[in-house]
Design a binder for this molecule. Structure first.
Ligand code: ZN
Length: 190
């Protein structure tokens, strides 16, 4: 059966949103190789940002991430922060996408994250052998880019204005939740 999105399909916002919401293992139903070849860093970052929006719409922290195979452009994993949704004390966008991808060699992949990685995620990125990370927002948070670069990871900044605006809005609306996501409930109590 032919996939819904082929090389003639424009990677519009609704198309990228459908990709963000589709389970990773079922993406071949949605898009064929011809379509995948048209996707760029900007598109993958938009998918990460749309996963952040999905989390926000669920009442959660708006941070999303996507892992892409460098050679084929195929999406191998994606996810978003689930602090609220799963009452999970440390499942961030990056950890969620890494878990979704499973037990694979990450050295030939790129991780796109809608927000600059925290200490835990930056360490996991380094310890799972990623060679390239693309960061969509260093306006609301930053700091671990230098550490990752020192560890030999190529860090590219590709700011997504939608992701930046969404995170800024969420931080204004839910400052305690933002603090908990970074520092735990103990950080909120201090
Ligand atoms: Zn993190």
């Amino acid at each position: 059966m032919n996939a819904l999105f082929d090389q003639k399909t424009r990677a519009s916002e609704p198309v990228l949103n459908a990709i963000a919401h589709m389970p990773t293992r079922s993406l071949s139903v949605l898009m064929d190789e011809g379509f995948i070849r048209t996707l760029t860093d900007t598109h993958f970052m938009r998918i990460a940002a749309l996963l952040a929006q999905k989390s926000y719409d669920e009442g959660g922290c708006p941070i999303g991430a996507v892992i892409v195979d460098n050679a084929s452009g195929r999406i191998l994993g994606k996810g978003h922060n689930t602090l609220v949704q799963e009452s999970h004390p440390y499942n961030h966008g990056e950890t969620s996408a890494i878990q979704d991808a499973g037990r694979i060699d990450f050295s030939q992949t790129t991780l796109y994250t809608s927000l600059s990685p925290c200490d835990v995620c930056a360490t996991l990125i380094r310890m799972r052998g990623f060679k390239r990370v693309v960061v969509g927002d260093i306006t609301n948070a930053s700091g671990n880019e230098a550490m990752l670069r020192e560890a030999g990871v190529q860090v590219d900044i590709l700011e997504d204005s939608g992701a930046i605006a969404l995170y800024a809005r969420y931080r204004r609306e839910s400052p305690a939740l933002d603090l908990e996501d970074w520092q735990g409930v103990s950080g909120v109590h201090q």
